[in-house]
Design a protein around this ligand. Structure first.
Ligand SMILES: [Zn+2]
Length: 304
């Protein structure tokens, strides 16, 4: 059997989920300290009382960014679920979803959140092929049209998940609203789709951004940082949704760029994963998801 990068991640995420589920009964409620940025930016116009912005019983945090005609709703897992953030873009007659979760239970709750707005799901866009973003695609969203770039569709297929449609970089109009797709390679993932909705000021950056979370690293720091600088330079960005951690405003770019610059210099001085990961946790003791650092270890060391 060919062991793909995605299938290796699948095993790591499965193990981490079991460990976090066993280690603490209240992990889900202990890990919401990083939601302040979302709370500061939210407004109270959810589609359903069951999803009033705040923390759900599952530990997930939901928020709404009221951008007028186009609303952006976010669903963020607790740390025990890797802090993944997924998105509902609500247009006049439909909802467009961005990303799924590792656990089927999280994907199901995210779907219920999306359906609470009372509009049909026009499509689900997957930002990249890592298992914490495409879990639940078939069991929970099997009846939904799914989309990603050719490289992501192919990577997901290698891990046993079918994404039905391929999208190209460029602009597509959905329900009268412009969605802009950019495809980037050789950063956190081998290939990653970034979705921008200018009318909502939204940039959905997938795992190019970990906000107040430790990241799964690669040695391609220069490319990764330069992509982020390019995204940060766009006009009128008001809502930035990371792949992991709470959504916020443009300051989220500063958080991840500073973190990656530190990681780049720390990596230059580190000889093995253990010392690199320990130094990052030491420098950023308040960042959640320290276990995510371990997922990148075999990409960083041994140095080539
Ligand atoms: Zn991820």
């Amino acid at each position: 059997m060919k062991l793909t990068r995605t299938s290796v991640f699948q095993s790591l995420f499965a193990m981490a989920l079991i460990v976090s589920a066993c280690s603490s009964d209240d992990a889900a409620t202990d890990s919401t300290a990083d939601t302040t940025a979302a709370e500061a930016e939210t407004s109270a116009e959810p589609g359903d009382d069951a999803f009033t912005p705040g923390v759900l019983d599952s530990g997930a945090t939901v928020a709404t960014f009221d951008e007028g005609e186009v609303k952006v709703h976010t669903y963020t897992n607790p740390e025990a679920g890797f802090g993944n953030s997924t998105i509902v873009v609500e247009t006049e007659n439909a909802v467009v979803l961005i990303d799924s979760h590792f656990a089927e239970s999280s994907a199901s709750e995210f779907r219920a959140f999306a359906e609470s707005f009372g509009k049909p799901i026009e499509r689900l866009i997957l930002t990249h092929d890592h298992p914490d973003h495409i879990g639940g695609v078939e069991p929970v969203f099997g009846d939904v049209e799914t989309y990603s770039s050719a490289g992501v569709v192919s990577g997901a297929a290698g891990a046993g998940t079918t994404i039905k449609n391929t999208l190209d970089a460029g602009t597509v109009e959905i329900d009268g609203v412009e969605f802009v797709f950019d495809v980037f390679v050789d950063a956190e993932a081998e290939e990653q789709v970034v979705i921008s909705v200018p009318e909502a000021g939204l940039v959905a950056a997938g795992d190019l951004i970990y906000h107040q979370y430790h990241a799964v690293m690669t040695p391609t720091f220069d490319n990764w940082i330069s992509i982020l600088e390019q995204l940060a330079a766009a006009d009128d960005v008001r809502v930035v949704v990371p792949g992991h951690g709470a959504p916020g405003g443009p300051e989220v770019f500063d958080d991840i760029i500073g973190y990656l610059e530190t990681a780049r210099s720390t990596y230059a001085e580190s000889d093995d994963a253990e010392s690199f990961n320990a130094a990052m946790v030491d420098t950023y003791p308040d960042r959640a998801g320290a276990n995510l650092l371990e997922f990148g270890s075999d990409r960083l060391f041994p140095k080539s």
